[in-house]
Design a protein around this ligand. Sequence first.
Ligand SMILES: [Fe+2]
Length: 453
Amino acid sequence: MAHYASTRKPGNIISAFKANTDESILERYPPLKQELLNANNLKEKLIDSWTRLTKEIENETEEIKRLGPNVIPQVEFSEIAKNGGTFPQDVAKEVKKRGMVVIRNVVSEQEALQYKKDVKEYILNHKGKIAGFPDADPQVWELYWSKSQVAARSHPNFVSVTSAMNSLWHADPETVIDLSMNLTYCDRLRIRKQGDSSFALAEHMDGGSVERWEDPEYRKCFQSILSGEWEKYDPYDATHRVNANMDLYNCSGGCSMFRSFQGWMSLSAVAPGGGTLRVCPIIKLSTAYLILRPLLKDLVETKNMCGALPGAQQHILPEFHQPLIDAVVSIPHVNPGDCVFWHCDGIHAVEECCNSLTDSSVFYIPSTPLCLNNIKYLAKERYAFEEGITPQDFPLNNCEKDFPDRAKPSDLTELGKLGMGFTPLIVDPTVTKELSEGAIKARKEFNKILFPE
Ligand SMILES: [Fe+2]
């Protein structure tokens, strides 16, 4: 078995926001901007396209202000279960427009509170040995392998929800991706104490920053926007996402897997204003704005990429993105056991102060469909799980290696084994007859990479 370890430096969740400002890299951006403007006649179409876009954002912002947190679609898990594991059509339409959703009661309140109780005990058992942010009094813990996290990731309802999220996407039939199957991405957790104001995150986007313009495959995802026709942009087309390089500069906190949606499971009852998530619920418009902004006249000849810097996440800044910040809204009240998902290009932030009656706690768990990049990362993640070390994408802390009470592969359920790459996938015509050519290929690659002869 190959040996994989994280190549990141030790650190915490804030490492993802530290950039590499090497001038020789930044010098690439003025010619890149010219190249983008010259391709597809964008130069001639830009002003018109921008005018239409900003008008539409203004209209949508009015509606967001009117509705407040209620603009975010909410659905009961039971509605998805009743509908064969997919969103009812009217809900799906709204989720796709908003680029996010709150799914109620994915696990019971009792189960979610038990997860929290157990993980708190795990933290207490290893006092002083677990890294986190901030160093002195961590609110976000560098933990990946507590029994609670492992159980939550493979809870049958949670697995079913990740498939529902993935199925909002589509791809060309030959694209190597199976949207009906989710692989497990192992992320950390947050237990934000009442009154905390250390873990406020300003508006940002994950999934890299300059890569959206610089990587030729990632850029293809935004082709319609870069052709002056943002109205045709489809945020749910996975065709070019699967091979996009979202991390050209080894960004700590950059995600190697393709996340169709980022997400978390709530372990607390938190209302808007109580230290919760804030989002910009106009995914198509916010992405178009972000992509076009550095190409406008005032910046086109400069190195300035509007909050995108090599090796860091995309910052959303008042001087460049104020209309998007104006459209940001807190998510509605969540209870323990509710799950929240937002599109991988979604702008999000964390409220400044945790003004909650209790802590504001979540397990970060995204939806990550079966595709080649995700399988390759899963091979490393499976190894990290076996060894109890930090998964490759995260700061190399290896806090849990010697914790006897961490989860082990033997703790996985059958569903958990499948998601973590411990069980081969069935690839025979009775199972795959509904699948695309690319989905069958993805399943075969899973078996080939994770179970070599
Ligand atoms: Fe983020």
